[in-house]
Write a protein that binds this ligand. Structure first.
Ligand code: AMP
Length: 420
């Protein structure tokens, strides 16, 4: 860890860093900032929650600080609107004592205001691939003077099928520019992309590619039809800060949201069918603590950065290991502790093995006490059922969230659990 003062950056940026409360660099920042400031291409292998946004934002601001403001000089491409907004928030916070201006462009919102805004000063553009490509084709923006390109969560962009769009976007860029790419995992097509765009990059890998060490993992073997009751059981006996629940589909997100709402939890949903406005409202409401629980699909959740998320619950098993890493990267952020609970159906055992391989550890199985498992054979492996891994200890939860040690039912605005 280094002090930001040692990094040769302008006092205008240092003052902004101080105002957001960062005292020392995170490891990815310590290693990325000096290399990027020298103009080198960077391949950053870092999980989410490591501080990578500031790791690329600070060099961008430093390099552009005296920019003429005539054209876009830095482009940050991100997979989702939420992540784009999140990045823009960091860019705006850290550039507040400079003249630099940033803008986000992404689908799902009216294009006209973006076009109007693009006619004014924009130094740093944060964009999702589809809408950016539209603007390029329609010539409502150009990237002829681009100096720095960042591809953030490149593995997610690949998962979401954005690689062809990105390849097209690259054809609009000047030959000479600096590239930085960040990913938590490195699927082959991303590796091929980096081979194409990079000029002898510096590879910076923070730890192994696995989730933040501050997260502990637990599996709940269960049947599909018990998930709702098991979730209620967990929520009712868990003392936590904020909880993120992931489901596999928009429909299931709506359903879980409705179940919890009916049970008087302070809950909000986030899924791709909602308008951008509604998505922002959900996200902001959760961030501001208006809600204790956010139920989300994977796509909608990419940019979530709420530092008090103490628990991530995988209501449905993620379909890839990368998705698991991204999901649980939403807790245990910036060195806070977090817990990841995953409901495991019998058919999920293959995925669990793959996740365990990446984590380098077996995930502890827990069983809910006083819960009706019916005739489900969750206990078919007696070795798994040790006293220590049964779900029973409130104190455990309290330890991880001293700030939020109320249980759900004691929650300040929590209404009693029957609506009568
Ligand atoms: P990121 O990995 O960029 O999504 O950042 C994860 C979280 O870490 C965000 O909430 C940041 O505000 C926070 N963060 C980033 N850099 C630092 C730092 N140097 N010190 C403390 N917190 C930081």
């Amino acid at each position: 860890m280094t002090s930001f003062n040692e990094l040769n950056i302008s006092s205008r940026i240092l003052d902004a860093i101080e105002s957001v409360g960062y005292e020392t660099t995170t490891p990815i920042q310590e290693r990325t900032i000096p290399v990027a400031l020298k103009g080198r291409d960077v391949l950053g292998l870092a999980q989410t929650g490591t501080g990578k946004t500031a790791a690329f934002t600070i060099p961008i601001l430093q390099k552009l600080i005296n920019s003429d403001g005539q054209s876009i000089k830095a482009l940050i491409i991100a997979p989702t609107r939420e992540l784009a907004d999140q990045i823009n928030e960091t860019v705006q916070q850290l550039s507040k004592y400079t003249k630099l201006k940033s803008l986000t462009v992404y689908g799902g919102v009216n294009k006209k205001p973006e076009v109007t805004r693009l006619q004014r000063r924009v130094d740093i553009l944060i964009a999702c691939p589809g809408r950016l490509l539209d603007h390029l084709k329609e010539k409502s923006l150009h990237l002829n003077d681009l100096e720095m390109l960042v591809l953030d969560e490149a593995d997610t962009m690949f998962d979401m099928g954005f690689l062809p769009d990105i390849t097209k976007i690259l054809t609009y860029l000047p030959k000479k520019h600096q590239s930085l790419l960040f990913a938590a995992t490195m699927p082959k097509p991303i590796k091929q992309l980096t081979d194409k765009i990079f000029d002898s990059p510096e590879t910076i890998q923070i730890g192994t590619i696995k989730p933040a060490q501050t997260v502990s993992h637990h599996l709940y073997p269960i049947n599909e039809k018990m998930k709702k009751d098991a979730l209620l059981k967990i929520l009712n006996s868990t003392a936590t800060g904020q909880i993120l629940i992931f489901t596999r589909t928009k429909f299931r997100t709506k359903k879980v949201f409705a179940d919890l709402d009916k049970n008087n939890f302070r809950v909000v949903a986030l899924q791709g069918n909602m308008s951008q406005n509604k998505r922002m409202q959900s996200m902001n409401g959760f961030k501001q603590g208006k809600y204790d629980i956010l139920v989300a699909t994977d796509i909608a959740s990419r940019g979530i950065d709420v530092s008090n998320v103490t628990h991530v619950i995988n209501y449905d098993m993620p379909t890839t290991v990368d998705t698991y890493i991204h999901r649980i990267g939403r807790t245990g952020r910036a060195s806070k502790e977090g817990e990841a609970y995953t409901f495991m159906l019998p058919e999920d055992s293959g995925m669990v093995k793959r996740i365990e391989k990446v984590l380098g550890e077996n995930i502890e199985k827990r069983f809910l006490e006083d819960f009706n498992y019916g005739d489900m054979k969750v206990f078919d492996s007696p070795k798994q059922l040790h006293k220590s891994n049964r779900f029973k200890r409130q104190t455990n939860f309290k330890k991880t969230s001293t700030k939020h040690s109320r249980t759900r039912n004691q929650s300040k605005n929590h209404r009693p659990s029957s609506k009568s």
